[in-house]
Design a protein around this ligand. Structure first.
Ligand SMILES: [Fe+2]
Length: 393
């Protein structure tokens, strides 16, 4: 004990076998420990539904979190998350789903987080400070809305500067939600990478007021933080894939998984996407046969990996084509938006009821949906229009 007391930080890290990187991590941990408890990232509204939306945000230390919400300035309702009966107190990542909202009506909300310091015993706990955010407003989706628009980007691969420039160039008029269609993060290995790749620029530009639909790409399934991605992009009902209805559209946000077979050496035996895609196929079939889908004027598919354009396209594309393309055609889908190929493509392929658009990394897709038409515009960074298509029912 005497010796420990006189170890310098340098000697201490040497004893622990920590190099410069370890020292840096220790310094950061010390710094965070000495900072006032605070909300440090977000909010970003995500995974919207009719009258529903997830509110996500992050604190600098673990906390118990809740959202106060309501209308006309009266934040009289409270929502919080519990899992299997337990209220989370051990995470800096917070996601609270607001439900039972009036579809289409902006709900006002405020984030509240109370630091959870420790268990003294299983029956005695220590809380720290409570922080509250400003009041924000976000409109949940509305299946009865007449017309709407959305924007989509994909394959950003950590280049948030480019994403931000495309945000600046985009036409946001009438936009009700934003789709990030995969490979936004390039193999997540750290929390800071996730924040830097997209979360912070989304929070800054639209995250508090417009819901984001995050569609997982194959590069988000790689890296040490891939298994914790749902803490940052929670999806819906514990799954990364889900559907939603807005205006006259039914939208299926799919998760195409990895692009190579599960046994590929690149994955070190750590992936199992075959049953994941099979289960999703059953879900998609039921979803597209649902009343909501059948009633919708437009059926829109979102998947990071596209349908195959040639027999030598990647395994993932072949699986998307084998499993989901027949379901989309049986349902009379109208539009399928993808990325992954890093090369622009748009066509209505023979035998398909839907128009396929594969967006490159440096372009913005804007979709304008009205009861009469579904209009798709793809604009390359810099302003060149790559594609315009108007679909009629
Ligand atoms: Fe990809």
């Amino acid at each position: 004990m005497e010796q420990e007391r006189f170890l310098s930080r340098r000697e201490f890290t040497k004893v622990l076998g920590l190099g410069a990187a370890g020292l840096s991590a220790l310094s950061r941990a010390d710094a965070v420990e000495n900072e006032p408890f605070a909300i440090v990232h977000g909010p970003v509204a995500q995974s919207p539904g009719a009258g529903e939306v997830n509110i996500t945000w992050h604190t600098n230390r673990p906390a118990v979190a809740r959202v106060l919400y309501g209308y006309d300035g009266a934040l009289t309702r409270t929502a919080f998350t519990s899992r299997d009966g337990l209220v989370p107190n051990d995470s800096t990542c917070h996601a609270v789903r607001l439900t039972g909202l009036t579809p289409g009506r902006p709900v006002q909300y405020k984030l509240v987080a109370q630091e959870f310091k420790r268990y003294v015993t299983p029956y005695v706990v220590r809380f720290g400070d409570t922080v509250e955010s400003d009041v924000f407003a976000c409109a949940p989706l509305d299946p009865h809305k007449e017309s709407f628009s959305f924007l989509m980007w994909n394959d950003i691969h950590d280049q948030s500067g480019m994403l931000k420039e495309m945000f600046d160039d985009a036409d946001w008029d009438g936009v009700d939600f934003v789709v990030l269609n995969g490979d936004i993060i390039n193999d997540p290995v750290s929390e800071q990478q996730i924040f830097n790749a997209f979360y912070d620029v989304c929070a800054e530009r639209f995250g508090a007021r417009l819901p984001m639909v995050f569609v997982r790409g194959n590069h988000e399934t790689r890296g040490g933080l891939a298994r914790r991605l749902a803490e940052y992009t929670p999806g819906r009902d514990g799954r990364p894939y889900y559907s939603f209805d807005h205006g006259a559209a039914h939208v299926a946000a799919l998760d195409s998984g990895e692009d190579k077979p599960d046994g590929n050496t690149e994955y070190a035996g750590l992936v199992d996407f075959a049953p994941f895609r099979e289960a999703q196929t059953g879900w998609l079939q039921a979803d597209l046969e649902s009343d909501a889908s059948r009633r919708a004027r437009w059926r829109i598919m979102l998947s990071h990996i596209p349908i195959p354009l040639a027999p030598d396209n990647c395994f993932g594309a072949q699986e998307v084509g084998r499993l989901w393309r027949p379901l989309a055609n049986a349902a009379g889908a109208h539009l399928w938006l993808s990325g992954h190929n890093h090369r622009f493509f748009a066509a209505t392929l023979p035998g398909d009821t839907f128009h396929t658009v594969i967006n490159p990394p440096d372009a913005t897709v804007r979709v304008d949906a009205s009861p009469e038409t579904l209009a798709v515009t793809v604009v390359q960074k810099g302003g060149k229009i790559l594609h315009q298509q108007t679909i009629t029912a």
